[in-house]
Design a protein around this ligand. Sequence first.
Ligand code: PMP
Length: 292
Amino acid sequence: MGLLIYFNGKLIPEEEAKVSIFDHGLLYGDGVFEGIRGYNGRIFKLDEHLLRLYASAKAIMLDVPLGFSELKDAIIQTVRANKLRDSYIRVVVTRGVGDLGLDPKKCKVPTLFIIAGKIELYPAEIYEKGLDVVTVATRRNFTEAVNPAIKSLNYLNNIMAKIEANNAGASEGLMLNYEGYVSECTGENIFVVSRGSLVTPPISAGVLGGITRNTVIEIADGIGLDVKEKDMTRYDIFTAEECFLTGTAAEIVPVISLDGRVIGTGKPGEITNRIRKEYSLLTMSEGVPVYE
Ligand code: PMP
């Protein structure tokens, strides 16, 4: 059975949910989005995702057609209508229908849709074995061009990086910024364990302020693990004790090699596994209830 989609104020069958070919989200990638997960009948970190959506929209001067609590309700209604307990929710706001020029002034009404479905980024065995990552040639967008902190519909930078990772036969691609420092993978933030501390690049290195990244930092604080945000080179990853990626869809994925260099023991590390366990406990117990 098909999904029910929230589309500009109404819940409609997925076959009927269609955007115009003149929508600037399609023509120019002019819009913003969020990827959110629901676990066990609740929506995890919903407020945090919505705050980031409004921040992304503000940065590109796009008015989200619903207020915070209306949008929150619309998301809950969409998950409920699809009777999902575990879900992956995509919220998209585009500039709306305009003409063939790129001027956003011509787009009078933003398009808003919400898809509540499922996602599986990596097979289960990857979480047990770990990922092999390669560095790709495509650099992460310059922060003063298309700032990676904005979760916009413009994902070509990441898609080009993913193509290069695919061409190299790797499951993920590491992107460096224009200065050659580590930024993030194509759809996940990166952490290493170095001398017992967690280290991750700062947002200024050209990364998305990941909600999972923040959750991992909170978990680390809770278990007395030191966290440093600092610029890193590939060398810092080659020589780390452990490495893992974080993202809403991917959750926490161990990385066991970068560009052919084995990281640590070549197996998912102890600290990575501890954080994975804590993360899964949080996702099972926290979040906005959908069915109460
Ligand atoms: N970086 C990029 C480029 C992303 O697209 C994402 C989300 N898929 C992340 C990092 C992780 O962010 P979050 O933890 O909020 O999902």
